[in-house]
Write a protein that binds this ligand. Structure first.
Ligand SMILES: NC(=O)c1ccc[n+]([C@@H]2O[C@H](COP(=O)([O-])OP(=O)(O)OC[C@H]3O[C@@H](n4cnc5c(N)ncnc54)[C@H](O)[C@@H]3O)[C@@H](O)[C@H]2O)c1
Ligand SMILES: [Zn+2]
Ligand SMILES: [Zn+2]
Length: 391
């Protein structure tokens, strides 16, 4: 079958690889009807996540039709259309029982490796390096879904692939980011990054009652998306001093909560610090925390810092500001399964826009390597790439 594979930093290829096979009674094999490229995939592409191996199949936002099951009495039957959360869940461990799906204790085949890095293991993830289990991902024609009886959800009658595809990751991620921000009616919320995650964080913050939503972004198409999603104010981080503008917009109070929807690849910004960052970026391949730093600075005392943006290893944050201002910080890979039902309801009630952000569609995985670059470089108005590998 065809699949998008990682072969080193900046080197993604469409390869012919063996079809996946059933390995366990709980498995199903999915024929992928839709899959997408996520901002998190860019961290892999840019070589910032360790433990990738040449030939690894990428992709953790995908859905499709069951073509094979691991046992005749499996929960799913051939022909069932499923959305597949990016975390793999055993359903039996303590964390799964607590609903902390992204830190399932039994789904990561390389749990020891993860525990060595983070103290405890994380859940197994599709297509996201060996430290999260080394599972083949879904930017492919077929995928093996382990422990398929727990996390996946059957697509409700009448809903299209593109209406539900983003339930696998970015919609729950934006929503969890807003939920972590503990938004109260009328709050001032500042959101860094109006990429796909930011787009859903803004929509979610609005649904949760935010009164003022400040989006921090520089790419024109993404600024337009932020406005469409409900941002009341835009700050262009390349042209304006973000902190000063937030002080101005909030009448000196600061933001009640801040959400970092950028993660480890924040680009440089305004002024001298921005120039320094841009220079450093060219020289090193390291995690860049500019958005998080600004968020910690701009949030009001006793405010909340929510970090859905992904970081991979130790980075420096201003602990002094966190302590002296009495901040609360919340983060995490998204507990996708927790949100499937309530967010499906929001989609059905047409309270969120699921498809406007899709700028690029393709039926050919062969277009993948080029589309990865287009998405990374934000060229050609690219805000989200979706593949329909079987048309
Ligand atoms: N927690 C999770 O489970 C989870 C799930 C999905 C994605 N993520 C993470 O969320 C982040 C965003 O994902 P995405 O798909 O929207 O990615 P993306 O790369 O498409 O979007 C990031 C946006 O941030 C903007 N940006 C860059 N530097 C900035 C700065 N200094 N200030 C403000 N904005 C800046 C960029 O212009 C871009 O539009 C990534 O780190 C991704 O790994 C986390
Ligand atoms: Zn993702
Ligand atoms: Zn578990």
């Amino acid at each position: 079958m065809k699949a998008l594979c990682w072969h080193g930093a900046g080197d993604i290829r469409c390869d012919n690889v063996p079809d996946p096979t059933i390995e366990d009674a709980r498995d199903v094999i999915i024929k992928v009807t839709a899959c997408a490229i996520c901002g998190s995939d860019l961290h892999l592409m840019d070589g910032l996540m360790p433990t990738m191996k040449s030939g690894d199949v990428l992709g953790h936002e995908f859905m499709g039709e069951v073509v094979e099951t691991g046992s005749p009495n499996h929960k799913w039957k051939k022909g069932d259309k499923l959305v597949i959360p990016f975390n793999i869940n055993c359903g039996e461990c303590r964390q799964c029982k607590l609903g902390n799906w992204s830190v399932c204790e039994r789904s990561n085949r390389n749990a020891k490796m993860a525990a060595k890095q983070f103290g405890y293991t994380t859940a197994g993830l599709f297509g996201y390096s060996h430290i999260t289990g080394g599972y083949a991902g879904g930017q492919a024609e077929y995928v093996r879904v382990p422990m398929a009886d727990v996390a996946p959800m059957k697509v409700p009658e009448g809903m299209t692939d593109e209406e539900v595809l983003f339930l696998t990751d970015i919609f729950p991620t934006g929503y969890q980011g807003a939920e972590h921000a503990e938004i109260k009616d009328g709050d001032i919320v500042a959101i860094w990054g109006a990429g796909p995650v930011g787009y859903f964080a803004i929509q979610s913050a609005k649904l949760m009652g935010a009164g003022t939503i400040i989006a921090i972004e520089t790419v024109p198409e993404r600024i337009e998306l932020a406005k469409k999603a409900g941002a009341t104010h835009i700050i262009d981080f390349d042209k304006e001093d973000v902190y000063e503008r937030i002080i101005e917009i909030s009448g000196g109070k600061g933001a009640d909560s801040v959400i970092d929807c950028v993660g480890m690849e924040a680009s440089g910004g305004h002024g001298f610090a921005g120039m320094l960052d841009a220079a450093k970026e060219k020289l090193t391949r390291s995690e860049r925390t500019r958005a998080l730093e600004q968020a910690i600075r701009a949030v009001r005392p006793c405010g909340v810092v929510s970090v859905p943006g992904v970081y991979g290893g130790p980075v420096t944050v201003d602990m002094g500001s966190i302590v002296q201002k009495g901040l609360t910080m919340r983060s995490g890979q998204t507990h996708v399964k927790r949100y499937l039902e309530p967010l499906t309801k929001l989609i059905q009630e047409k309270k969120v826009d699921m498809t406007s952000l899709i700028s690029h569609r393709s039926t050919k995985l062969e277009d993948g390597p080029d589309l990865y670059k287009t998405f990374r470089d934000k060229k050609d108005g690219c805000t989200k790439v979706v593949f329909h590998p079987f048309g």
